[in-house]
Design a protein around this ligand. Sequence first.
Ligand SMILES: Cc1ncc(COP(=O)(O)O)c(C=O)c1O
Length: 390
Amino acid sequence: MKFAKVTARLDGLGSEKWAVHIEGRRRAALGERMIFLSIGEPDAPPPQAILDEADRQMRAGRLRYAEGRGEINVRRSLARLYTRQTGRAIHENQFIYLPGTQTALYAAMMTVVDEGEEVLMADPYYATYEGVIAAAGGIPVPIRVDPDHGFHLKARDVEKAITPKTRALLMNTPSNPTGAVFTRAEIEKIGKLCEAHDLWIISDEVYATLTYGNTVFASPFDVPELEKRTIVVSSISKSHALPGFRCGWIAASPEFCDRCIPVTETMLFGSQPFLEDAMAFALDTHFPELDAMKRAYEERARALVKALAGSHRVSARMPEGGMFVMVDVRKTGLSGEAFAWRLLEEENVVTMPGESFGAGGSGHLRVALTVSAEEMAEACKRIARLAERI
Ligand SMILES: Cc1ncc(COP(=O)(O)O)c(C=O)c1O
């Protein structure tokens, strides 16, 4: 049988990135004790009150077809959130409720990128970006960012990468995997280039609530001149430790939303009203346990950086945000991939090779901050031990 071209474009963009993790899982299933630092899944439980709200709404009969854009209550909650964040009036017609950031990314790409058009992104980049661009027929254009400058994307490198075929910049702040957080000044500088070349800015802000130290989150959507070309994609997967709820959204101009709705409706025909209610409740409520979750990530990151500070072979910088730390293994002479495999084989610690996130991640491991402080300390000991042996 003949399959559509999209299946060929996406072939090979998937599972090999996760080979170390999959092997770790296989060994764990056979009874080996492994430390998993490979997956960005919150280890803290979600606030119980959000689960209760979903349950209450489900039992109250919120099980009918939902409005295609998302129910009005959830879009009102989003409008309040973004009005607070931007300091401008943001309206309910500037949102589409979607099942998770990934779906929102897909819908955004399908709405603005045509076959053969180029999409810029910082390299290293989140593992699904190549696929989501390729699904729309676009061509990913990675722009290397320098680990020795905190993996920040420079406007002059963006400028060099722009061609007549460039249609969009896909940015991710705070970044997975690097932990870099764009400053407002960086966004304004890069935004000017996007204005000059009439590019869309797709801004993946799934880690927006997770910033550390003095770092302040900023979005291109906050900049009034960039609002009409910015498409924010986000969710409560990380902020509220609820990846399984698949509650996410797009924030963009009313014109973008009107054009995007037919794209999402042909696939989804709406979402689950009781989960939309739960997300509205989550966005409208302050949960102290989520502050504690964020503090725990920050403390683990600081502990990891400190634990590796004594090593001459491996090092790590404090991330500005997100749920990951990049561990630099370049001085061992091994690639991130080779180091990650040896760490799995010899020390039972499962990490993601930096190369899984593009060539810009080479010579690094991505470590998720989703294990207890004790496990993290033990993993650091083993990482340093292996580095000394090499
Ligand atoms: C940068 C980034 N974007 C998107 C996603 C997907 O998030 P969601 O669960 O909201 O689809 C993830 C998940 O790890 C991520 O790290």
